[in-house]
Design a protein around this ligand. Sequence first.
Ligand code: BES
Ligand code: ZN
Length: 878
Amino acid sequence: MPSTTEPQPILLSDYRPPDWLVDTVELDVRLHPSATRILARLSMRPNPAGRAGSPIVLDGDELVLKAVSLDGRALAGTAYVATPSALTILAPPQQPVLLEIETLLDPSANTKLMGLYRSSGTYCTQCEAEGFRRITYFPDRPDVLSVYTTRIEAERAEAPVLLGNGNLQESGEVEGTGRHYAVWHDPFPKPCYLFALVGGRLDRITEPFMTATGKEVELGIYVEPGKAGRAGYAMDALKRSMRWDEELFGCEYDLDVFNIVAVADFNMGAMENKGLNVFNDKYVLASPETATDADYANIEAIIAHEYFHNWTGNRITCRDWFQLCLKEGLTVFRDQEFSSDQRSRAVKRIADVRLLKSHQFAEDAGPLAHPVRPASYREINNFYTATVYEKGAEVVRMLKTLLGEENFRSGMDLYFERHDGTAATIEDFLTCFQDATGTDLSQFALWYAQAGTPRLEVAGHWDAAGATFTLDVAQTVPATPGQIDKQPMLIPLALGLVGEDGRDLPLQPAGGSNGAPGVVLVSEARQRFVFENVTERPRPSLNRGFSAPVKLVTDLSTQDLIFLARHDADPFNRFDAAQTLALGVLVDAARAGATPDAAPLVEALGAVLADPALDPAFIAQALSVPSEGDVAREIARDVDPDAIHAARLALRRAIGSALAEPLAGAFERFAVPGPYSPDAASAGRRALRNACLDLLATAGAGDGPARALGLFRAADNMTDRFVALSVLAHAVPAEREAALADFYAMFQGDPLVIDKWFALQAQIAEPGTLDRVRTLTAHPAFAMTNPNRVRSLIGSFAAANQTQFHRADGAGYDFVAQTVLTLDAINPQVAARLLAAFRSWRSLDAPRREAAEAALQRVSRTPGLSPDVADIAGRSLG
Ligand code: BES
Ligand code: ZN
């Protein structure tokens, strides 16, 4: 590693307030494909809380400075220093000044998709986290809040639609030039990462919305020409989100307009720019023929998420990027709650926990582990992680569990009241809950500081004579990079004691409860909880609803787990009992290279399938056994992905054969009548049918293959058609190529659908897949410049094809590493995320471990790496 040139990490402990503030920003933007001119007028003043007498130091990134003046006078060349990455005004007067800066940009050449760029000809911006500095020189940090006015000018033919933050103030022609302009004003002070503008030829749908206090808002969704017919569901989700936030959190919208723009080239899912959200079009556009039930659910969740940021993120923003979870964890919690209220709470919780375990637990167990609030970073783009987002949301959820619904709401109310219009910290947030409820949260705060998934070992003992049930709990937090010794955490453990008849026994902690009803608080390394008046041997149902993001190790027997899978009153734990059974069977089989013992699972799932009271969507979740990644994480060392794949396939085949009759019965019984509707009940029935179909076809039983072929041909919606295609591609090799070709012919010209086609092929667990993926990179529908294409084809291969990415000969690693290097020159952010697929390399068996390490080394030693890729490579190698 060339250590001399390596930039130093940024430390949370080094935080200092800015020396200069920017009260107002006036931007004059003249859009042009290759020569866009930006004139920025910044009203600045020394920060009383900063260092007196400081120069003005502004950030830049690949900027070209054309002119700079102070208080109306061009600055002498000796008065400032300009580089592409900074502009320093050496000795400014220590008083309010007007700084005017002209920069010149080439949006067409911007392949990083940060700052101002073009997507299918549309001008758009992405400024979070540090993209505004690619537009103009600016103190690009979230604690500098300013009021923005933006004048956008463009050729009318090229960009008839001009959008900015806030409300439209003025618009008109630039006489005799073919150009026009619009002036947007956002009265709410905001950090520059929330700045956005859009210019292009776009179609639009609009709807009025009346807020709780009677304010009229015009909602607009802008899409590529011809696609307005696919924006209706997003609009509906937006209106439901706005109402929900008023009702659940008392948060009302605050501008006259709220616009969403869908673009085809976007690094992330979506972005919450004030009054002008910009979305990856994958999370806006939906029609029954092109979008699956999962797509609809994602659209609903992400529309809600970005909308909810208007209060948690925009009105109250982050002091610095270490506080990212302040807005992201909280907002994920809010969007999860929204989806739970719109759909089935139990099924949503199951889906969220599956995601948490597969992404966050995996991250926490490897070299990229970090606290929910990191203490240092080299590249902030690499900290938009499952830990910050998903574990961050879990921490907020635990806070609610700890305090109870009402107290939680009081704390949130105080947070909005106290910090509106400011840039806050996690301490500020927690202090609101302490002040509103009188609860000491100092130990709880460790959830933000200590990385690693806590491990809870729980042993139960029933004493018949004393009618007591004792739980002995031991908690440990594993070592993670840079954190060896950990302190015990405060863990809200929801639980119940399930009696012989399947009903909950009364839960009576000896000496009174130390938590909310049904919850015990684990706060020590070792702790004993005794429950009284337990007159029969109970089965403990632990961590109900996944009340804490911990790894639970219990002494429950197979019979106990089967019992809980049949009877637990907590639906999450009913699901989890079946998963735990399956995981145990899979781990044993994979380790021994043996056939899994399917009997206990067949028993448990047979009961679930036969229970008429259960929600079909819940049954579908129960039928889906843990992923290969889940099994790998459980095995943890010397992992052989081929053995895991074989075990899982054998288990699914055994389940499909043993339960062929009820599975085929359910497939018939849950047919969805009428035309397609994305509602949760219909989606749940489809999910169950398709889970049945998958097991049947995998087992070659119950006419599975024929049913899949029939469904593929007859489907009137993408959910069914794509599941049928997946089943054929994975489980019916004889039909694979023809079905793939048919699907391509049906949807060519529809990139979002072709992405599904790419992703599916990349996931086939066969040695031919690597060559197939290589070949597909030359397919005319593939483009290395489009993040959705890259994620679909290469990302799916690396993250969702355990056997082929982890080929024993290392060819999967070489391919992905080479792709990362090619991509790094185009789009470092996307390249770095792709490289993170190596994160579990140390847990593999020796040949794979060595091959993966060699590939990472090759990346790491390549000269000229972006900071993004260098950071991931460096930390992965540890
Ligand atoms: N603020 C983020 C978008 C973002 C992420 C900008 C990273 C810059 C860098 C946005 O609110 C967000 O979190 N989007 C998520 C989707 C969300 C539903 C979790 C995303 O883009 O993946
Ligand atoms: Zn977000």
